[in-house]
Design a binder for this molecule. Sequence first.
Ligand code: HEC
Ligand code: HEC
Ligand code: HEC
Ligand code: HEC
Ligand code: HEC
Length: 251
Amino acid sequence: MKRQLFRFRAVIMLVVLFLLPSLSMAQNSDTSRTLFSQDLARLRAQEVVPMVDKVKVEGPIRRSQRLHATELSIKDAKTTYFLLDSPIIKAQEDHYAPVRFNHGQHAASSGDCSVCHHLRPVDNSSYSNHPETVRCSACHQQSFHPDYPERLGLKAAYHQNCIPCHKKQNAGPLTCRGCHLNNVPEHKQLVKLPEKPDPLQVTAECLRCHEDDANDLLHTAHWRWRGASLYTQDQSRQVDHGKGTTALNND
Ligand code: HEC
Ligand code: HEC
Ligand code: HEC
Ligand code: HEC
Ligand code: HEC
């Protein structure tokens, strides 16, 4: 698993090396969604809602039936895409980049808002555009909150909601990496290069911080072109010519 991860990272490194000029773009852009929704989601992630004191006591079946009766539907799930990156969690730990959460797809495929929005505030005051579906962070905030000992902290509330459902439905990510990307710092500031760098200077600059990644790369088939090629039709024989053996490496 770890090995695969390194390989994956190494391949990314290789790709990015050849796309240096677009490095910062590659990190910020998201081909499947517009920058607009990405920016909006980022802003949305920073909001902190006031803590809900009183929660309406209601069993899950009763709640599910009542929500169906109110005709709460996918149309009410207006924000279709969230970045989950709560300042409440960040104050404690910040190991990863924001978690992408496709709300629209989840709301549509579950067909029942109450599987996630499992409780609501007693009153109808405006914690949200809809009191039935206030944000998780309106009730789940820091862990071991002295005033609300029965409530999980926000991180645990997410983990214990998201992961068991993926397990049960045998769909959606279960591994840490499936939801969490590395917190990658802005490379525009990190990378220091002369005006018109030659390729060797670029490689050397990356190696300043990425020596381990480079060493991992040197052991992959992508670098060595060596070993069995099991998944390529008619090419399953051992390949012994490559940078690891007979070919010269010009970079
Ligand atoms: C199904 C998705 C999912 C999976 C799988 C998952 N997490 Fe998370 N995790 C989340 C969400 C959502 C948050 C809350 C993000 C936020 O609001 O900052 C979170 C928050 C965290 C945080 C605190 C935020 C941070 O950036 O440091 C840590 C640490 C963390 N997860 C570790 C793990 C580890 C370790 C694993 C694997 C054992 C894992 N997670 C698996 C969804 C997931
Ligand atoms: C798979 C879990 C899941 C399902 C199913 C789901 N939601 Fe959500 N919803 C979330 C999460 C997570 C958030 C973001 C919570 C946060 O920021 O703390 C959210 C946020 C919302 C918000 C925004 C609240 C605000 O104040 O901004 C609304 C409205 C909402 N959901 C409505 C719905 C409706 C309506 C349905 C059913 C048609 C639904 N959701 C189904 C997980 C879900
Ligand atoms: C109106 C307040 C409120 C909101 C909003 C809320 N929760 Fe909870 N949650 C609670 C309380 C209180 C508990 C403690 C156990 C209980 O009473 O069910 C809890 C418990 C949990 C648990 C533990 C298992 C369980 O069901 O008891 C999980 C997981 C959880 N919440 C996830 C979420 C997620 C994810 C969201 C957002 C989609 C959310 N909660 C929104 C109040 C809330
Ligand atoms: C009610 C069950 C359920 C819950 C709760 C749930 N998921 Fe999922 N999730 C799914 C299913 C089913 C899929 C597969 C959807 C597909 O492939 O079309 C999925 C897919 C995903 C994917 C991969 C597809 C994509 O959108 O990129 C991510 C990431 C994800 N879920 C994150 C989360 C996070 C984060 C949470 C908690 C805030 C969560 N899920 C809660 C059922 C759930
Ligand atoms: C001053 C230090 C520094 C320099 C110079 C630097 N990086 Fe990074 N880079 C980091 C750190 C820190 C991370 C985040 C931790 C990690 O992923 O190892 C990172 C992450 C990355 C990632 C994401 C890896 C992942 O796991 O998602 C890529 C790709 C990357 N760097 C490429 C490059 C390239 C290409 C260069 C040279 C043009 C370069 N970096 C130069 C410090 C640096």
